[in-house]
Design a binder for this molecule. Sequence first.
Ligand code: HEM
Length: 420
Amino acid sequence: MSITDEILVTPEVLSCPYEFYRRVRDEAPVHQTPLGFWLVSRFDDVMSVVRDPERFSSNFNTSFASGSASPEMLAVLADGYPSANTLLTNDPPTHTQFRALVNKAFSPKRVAQLEGEIRGVATDLIDAFVADGKVELVSQFAVGLPLTIVADALGVDRADMAHFKQWSDHAVAPLSGLLDAMQMLECARSRVEMQRYMAAVIERRRAEPRDDLLSDLVHAVFDSGDRIGESLTVAELLNVIEQILVAGNETTTKLLAAGMLALIENPEQMLKVRANTELIGNLVEEALRIESPVQMLPRIAKTDVEVGGVNIPKGSMVMVMYGCANRDETKFANADVFDIERSNARGHLAFGQGPHFCVGAALARSEARIGFELLLDRLYDIALAPIEQPTDRALSMTLRGLTALHLVFTATPNNSTSES
Ligand code: HEM
């Protein structure tokens, strides 16, 4: 069967899409799928689309704002704050203004300042399981690290972490497009709950700023456009916060788990990184490249356009395939090989490119680097647990990653330092 007749959303393809991707890149690098949307698969073509917001809009609202919201859901959402469109699904010129403002809160200084806290949280998480000689790495480490860092940065009480986790999960869930009406309603309730909680924290930070990311966001002001000197409204702040939850938590969880599994499956790479921990930074880049947490995202063609010699009509939904472009052989030699010494690993598109380039990239990199430093320092002989199903993954076109990674290990002598 021609690749253009095949669909991506079968469980077989989604569990390991890379052969499908290879055929798309080789046989029909830009094509319309039987489901209606278009695929753009090659590195250069993906790059040209995401760097061209004039012709490709990011205004692809897939969740609550879509026209398919039920009357019940609209009633629930009416109790919360109105939707604002700040970053992910916004276009220039207003995207540019919001983005410049939000960048101030994610400054290199702020991210560097968080290093100590990242180290502390990661250490606590490892302390909690290291004596067991086994761990389910996703739930016991990879979820908790980014979630706690972001919760702290947003002023969420540690006592409210269970709620925060649920808000974060419910913010991401609608993106799958697979929820039924009841589940969507639950997500909508969760959203309103999060909005009320965070609106109260925002007001506290407005009155009494602290040295944290949320205070930076609350007090940052526009320095271009028609709102110079103004700060974000509560609805806009809530939208930015929701996007941080959607884009920042699960993605980083998936990066940590994918990197660890790749090291276990490639023991020679594990040996290399243990012999030279300076390679951890590049290990993070290579894990992002070969198992990109965000596999693809939509754009909408604003006009009739041509990509890679193929005409795409105005109004089409175009999937930019970050995970596929990251395995493009014309950019990455032996692209299917996990090589932590790859010299251009950092050239991947896992954080996107162009105006929507991930605002949390430096934070995610820092969390993953420190996470791997500590895991490799304190756990030795790491292997998959000898159980029937040591790994599990969610099947999704957009977010790829493990939902379970059961490991066994030996605690290194280094552990006595942190336990004493
Ligand atoms: C491994 C971790 C991460 C990955 C793979 C990732 C991936 C991405 C990608 C691919 C985009 C571009 C979206 C597009 O092209 O439309 C993006 C945007 C974004 N990311 Fe990340 N992200 C990660 C971590 C984070 C973190 C830690 C945060 C915040 C705490 C964050 C917040 C955002 C936001 C707010 C945007 C929207 C930016 C805009 O539209 O201007 N991300 N991310």
